[in-house]
Design a protein around this ligand. Structure first.
Ligand code: BMA
Length: 328
């Protein structure tokens, strides 16, 4: 029986490509990957872990760009079809009431989430160490920054698209100040996007990701639970390998895992995923679902260098998670 994917509006112009002939994989890559080259704008060293969202019948995005000074920042972009992007040549300038919070150190790995009345942007924000920065925009013209969600050290702040139990809800991944060799996903709630509590453990490492895990795109609400795509890291003798997989979480208590797929869903195997500034990385930050068809387009950073896409169908991905599930 098809999954009921709830609260998801149609996206008639969602980027889409049928699976390659003969493929029986639940997920397949865009044949013209990478969709965004590393040098789309002047002085970009790399354009990768980035988030995209439908906006006024087209698409808007917040892009991680490391420039040729290796300054890490986030940039705004627009696209008619989700494939060809116009990205600003200057980073987003956030308006912030408190200069201490608004002062830039570094920004990276953005996510964008529509919740209630505006587009929320979360990112890894330098504030005496990495933590979760939060901002919002109504129109992708003016961007406002509010308090950091947590103390350092934390990364991978991912908001829910609706309130849970009457509160805003977010995943995050407490970490350290470097290339963290550990990390579990936690869940937190807030009445106002400023004060966060009710912290709950969600998910820890697994076989293909025995080092650490972190939430990826905004979770997708389905009749079977919240579908969360996440990245996970294995430490090989040659360094970290970043892959992605998915879990289904309880709709009203999303820290409770219902099904967790045992294998990875997508791992670095193509040249643009295996070769780049950081080899062997796929890092998803957005997954858009067309509510009319259930088609899903996933945007992911590849090798910390370019942005790539993969496609699946929400029903098939939910079935895959259940079929491949382990209980832990
Ligand atoms: C993480 C973050 C990501 C990056 C990944 C692989 O710690 O810095 O932005 O994609 O490492 O280098």
């Amino acid at each position: 029986m098809p999954t009921r994917y709830t609260n998801l509006p149609p996206i008639p112009n969602l980027p889409w490509e049928e699976p390659p002939a003969g493929s029986n994989s639940v997920i397949w890559r865009y044949s013209k990957n990478p969709v965004i080259p590393r040098n789309l704008i002047p002085r970009a060293n790399s354009i990768f872990n980035s988030a995209v969202i439908p906006f006024r019948g087209e698409f808007a995005g917040v892009f991680r760009i490391d420039d040729t000074r290796r300054v890490m920042n986030i940039y705004r972009g627009f696209s008619k079809d989700g494939l060809a992007w116009n990205i600003d040549h200057q980073p987003i300038q956030f308006l912030c009431d408190d200069p201490e919070i608004g002062r830039f150190q570094y920004r990276y790995d953005p996510r964008v989430c529509w919740c209630e009345d505006r587009y929320w942007v979360t990112w890894c924000n330098g504030y005496h160490g990495p933590t979760i920065g939060i901002g919002y925009t109504y129109d992708f013209e003016a961007f406002y920054q509010i308090e950091n969600a947590f103390l350092p050290f934390n990364r991978n702040g991912v908001l829910f698209p609706r309130k849970i139990r009457g509160k805003y809800a977010m995943f995050s991944r407490p970490s350290d100040n470097g290339h963290t060799p550990f990390g579990d996903i936690y869940y937190s709630e807030s009445p106002d996007m400023v004060h966060w509590g009710h912290h709950r453990w969600v998910l820890g490492p697994g076989t293909w990701c025995y080092t650490k895990v972190g939430a990826g795109p905004t979770p997708i609400e389905t009749s079977e639970g919240w579908l969360l795509i996440y990245h996970g890291v294995l430490t090989s003798c040659n360094g970290f390998v970043y892959s992605m997989s998915a879990v289904l979480l309880d709709l009203e208590q999303p820290w409770k895992v219902i099904y967790r797929a045992a294998p990875y869903l997508l791992s670095p195997q193509m040249l643009y995923e295996c070769v780049g500034d950081v080899p062997n990385v796929v890092f998803p930050c957005a997954a858009l679902v067309d509510g009319a068809t259930g088609r899903m387009a996933i945007y992911y950073g590849a090798a910390d260098t370019v942005t790539a896409m993969a496609f699946t169908h929400v029903d098939d991905l939910v079935d895959w998670v259940k079929t491949e599930a382990i209980r832990d």
